[in-house]
Structure formats: C-alpha cells, structure tokens
Design a protein around this ligand. Structure first.
Ligand code: NAD
Length: 249
C-alpha cells in the first residue's frame, strides 16, 4: 500500500522504538522523510533502513525541547522537500518515581521533552501544515487515560499532549488541518526496559496497565500512524486512539 506517495513527513524520536517503526512504515508507503532524534547513531541507522525501503530521507540530530533546534529542523525539511504534510511527534522520555520523591528538575525535564517538545515542533510546523492541509500526530499514552502509579510527570505530560491535540483540532480544523493523538500501551521498546523502577514499588498497582493479551512490538503502532497521515484518516480529527491490546477496554 502506498498511501503517502508525494507526502513529506517529519518524525521525532525516530532513532528507535515506535518512531523507527513509524519511519519504516511511512517510507514503505511512499513518504519523503525528515527524521529527528537526539540519538545520532540510531537515527543514522533508521535513515539507512528507510532509504533501503525506497524513501527519500534526510536526518538531523534535534533536541525537541530546544526552540532553536526545532525551528531549524522544520526549516530544513521545507528547504529540502519544498513542503510539509505530516508532523509525527514521538520523542519522549519516561521517569518512574514515588511522587513524593520526584525532584523538580526531573519533573521539568520530562515536561520539557514530552509536552514542550510537542508544542515547539508543532508551532514551527503549523504554517507549512496549514499550507498543505496536513496533519499532526502526537503521542499520548494510556497513562493519560487511567492512573499510572509512579509516573506523575510522564502521565501529566501525556494528558497535556491529549488536550493540546484537541485544541489544535478545533482551532485549525476549518482551515483544513487535522490533529490526532495515539495512546500506546505495553509496546515492547527500550523505554520500558530502560526505566529505573523506584525502590519499594508495589507491583500490584501497575497491573491495570498490563494488556489483556500480551505486549506487542512498535510495528503495531506504525500502521495506525500511517493511516492517520493518509487520506484514509481524512475525517478523523481530534481523536486519541489507544493501541494497548485492550488494556483499558
Ligand atoms: N512503549 C510503550 O509502551 C509506550 C506507551 C505509551 C506511550 N509511549 C510513547 O511512545 C513514544 C516512543 O516511545 P518508545 O517506547 O518508542 O521509546 P524509545 O525510548 O524507544 O524511543 C523514544 C525516542 O525518543 C528520543 N528522544 C528522547 N528525548 C528526546 C529529545 N529531547 N529530542 C528528540 N528525541 C528524543 C530517544 O532518543 C528515543 O529514540 C514516547 O513518546 C513514549 O512516551 C510508549
């Protein structure tokens, strides 16, 4: 299926995990891509893999929490490809802590990447997306929809991303822009395995965030993102779609 032929997309957080899987899928569906991440090595590998799938692809290290870098990244995409159709905000970090021990610095860091990063990328991309009648796809989480213990900062950012997405949908919908969010849950990536679990945590509390069947890989999210970016998603706006194996069904 080549639903994204002639389309240009930016994907943040594309050095690994869900971002990399989305890059693969969007490349296979014909999109030209600008890939962004702070992890240079993984980013280069993703770009190579997308080229092998026939996509025109450029990549650039970019910290999404830095306004200068996000502006420069969007400008680079438009300069190279002449247009922008889709912004996929996937970059994110997770911190698990007892809330009473969560330091302000850590709280601010999680907000800066997950929430402010989504805002900065979107703000820079908006003029170009409005020109093309394009769309924004943001990454929320099941933690925004049902309490996730030890994830105070993370869950707050993901709920913020959800609300931000709905704002965009109604504010710009009449001008032809769509904004949607995805809410993954239990996707097997480095994020879960890398997270430092807080000492003395109660495992029984996190059971409600477990899928009813089993965890699955990031490719299970990529098909949804490609659909939202395509004409198949033309009438979907302001939605937040769970990809969580039924965890919150
Ligand atoms: N894995 C899951 O089950 C799950 C569930 C809910 C939501 N999510 C969300 O999906 C997104 C992708 O997560 P993942 O599971 O693939 O994890 P991941 O750690 O494999 O990927 C996250 C990517 O974001 C990049 N990144 C981190 N900080 C950045 C910054 N400041 N600027 C640019 N890039 C940065 C990382 O280098 C990494 O490549 C995240 O927003 C995450 O919160 C994942």
């Amino acid at each position: 299926m080549k639903r994204l032929e002639g389309k240009v997309a930016i994907i943040t957080g594309s050095a690994a995990g869900i971002g990399r899987a989305c890059a693969h899928r969007m490349a296979e569906e014909g999109a030209s891509l600008l890939l962004l991440d702070v992890a240079a090595e993984g980013l280069e590998e993703t770009a190579k893999q997308c080229s092998e799938r026939g996509a025109e692809v450029i990549h650039q290290t970019c910290d999404v929490s830095d306004p200068e870098q996000t502006r420069a990244a969007v400008a680079a995409a438009v300069e190279r490809f002449g247009r922008l159709d889709t912004l996929v905000n996937i970059a994110g970090i997770l911190s698990l802590d007892h809330t009473h021990e969560l330091g302000l610095e850590r709280w601010n860091q999680v907000l800066a990447v997950n929430l402010t990063g989504t805002f900065l990328m979107t703000q820079s991309a908006l003029p170009h997306l409005l020109e093309s009648g394009g769309s924004v796809i943001n990454t929320s989480s099941t933690s925004a929809l049902a309490g996730m213990p030890y994830a105070a900062a993370y869950a707050a950012t993901k709920a913020g991303v959800h609300a931000f997405t709905r704002t965009l949908a109604v504010e710009y919908g009449k001008q032809g822009l769509r904004a949607n969010a995805i809410a993954p849950g239990s996707i097997k990536t480095a994020m879960g395995s890398r997270a430092n679990l807080p000492e003395n945590m109660d495992f029984s509390l996190i059971q409600r965030q477990m899928p009813i069947d089993k965890p699955r890989g990031p490719e299970t999210v990529a098909g949804l993102v490609a659909m939202l970016a395509s004409e198949d998603g033309a009438h979907i706006n302001g939605e937040c779609i769970r990809v969580d194996g039924g965890t919150l069904a």
